[in-house]
Design a protein around this ligand. Structure first.
Ligand code: FPP
Length: 243
């Protein structure tokens, strides 16, 4: 059980990156161009998170429900993930970013899974930021697989769910701050267990426009919040009680 603490700085931030399609449509562009712009926002945000001292950043890039999108959009997104891994691997390594992909691997295709394995191995020593990208990810699927794996207590479930999400789950902090862009206010099957006590922060900003300024605004608001973890709020005691 975590003890009550003032929300100083989030160690683990999760982001539901929403709004790529609408960002593109509003500009008369193809949805694919929205996703492309979203990739630049991923780069900006990871850099800003490392600069702000965030230890772990988990980005929701492709949910297991996203397979229901038109085949052309799905294959374009898979191509974009391969582009990202190829283009950014050296930079991630140089900046000390450890990259992990969470979610199912068995439906991703050989090329992408191979690139993921290589990128994870190449960045495994990174200590500046742990960047986790969720691809073919469903929190419910992780919970169901973890529950099937063992006689589960709530404490043990956390470790099992982290392991069900990917091989790097050992010792992972729960989510402190969960951000969603694009104006919707839903969790959409993202980190349901890990974000049980996360502070939520929603913005109308479309993901491709998101950057350091937005992340820092979310971090500042997080710092001002009082986290109680189900306990009594941490308020100054009245003078009579102090005496
Ligand atoms: C949600 O916006 C976004 C996605 C389903 C894809 C996320 C992908 C990226 C940010 C691009 C690349 C990512 C990496 C990690 C390299 P949406 O398409 O649902 O937007 P809409 O709600 O406006 O239609």
């Amino acid at each position: 059980m975590q003890s009550q603490r003032r929300a100083a700085a989030p160690r683990h931030v999760g982001i539901i990156m929403d709004g790529n399609g609408r960002w593109a449509t509003r500009r008369g562009l193809a949805r694919a161009q929205g996703h492309e712009a979203g990739m630049h926002a991923v780069r900006r945000t990871a850099e800003a998170a490392a600069n702000a001292g965030v230890q772990t950043l988990t980005l929701f890039a492709f949910s297991s429900a996203n397979w229901k999108r038109p085949a052309g959009e799905v294959s374009n997104l898979m191509r974009l993930f391969r582009v990202y891994l190829r283009a950014d691997l050296q930079r991630l390594k140089q900046s000390g970013v450890r990259l992990s992909i969470i979610g199912r691997r068995d439906r991703l295709g050989e090329d992408l899974t191979l690139q993921i394995d290589q990128a994870e191995a190449a960045t495994a020593q990174g200590r500046a930021l742990h960047l986790r990208v969720a691809i073919d990810y469903s929190a419910r699927d992780c919970i169901a697989r973890a529950a099937a794996a063992a006689q589960a207590t709530p404490e043990r479930m956390g470790a099992l769910i982290a392991r069900a999400a990917g091989p790097e789950g050992e010792g992972l902090e729960e989510v402190d701050l969960l951000i969603r862009t694009g104006g919707e206010k839903r969790l959409s099957d993202f980190l349901l267990w890990e974000a049980a006590y996360a502070e939520l922060w929603f913005t109308d900003r479309m993901w491709p426009d998101f950057g350091a300024e937005d992340l820092n605004a979310a971090l500042a608001e997080f710092s001002a919040r009082n986290r109680t973890f189900g306990m009594v709020p941490d308020e100054p005691r009245p003078a009579a009680a102090v005496a």
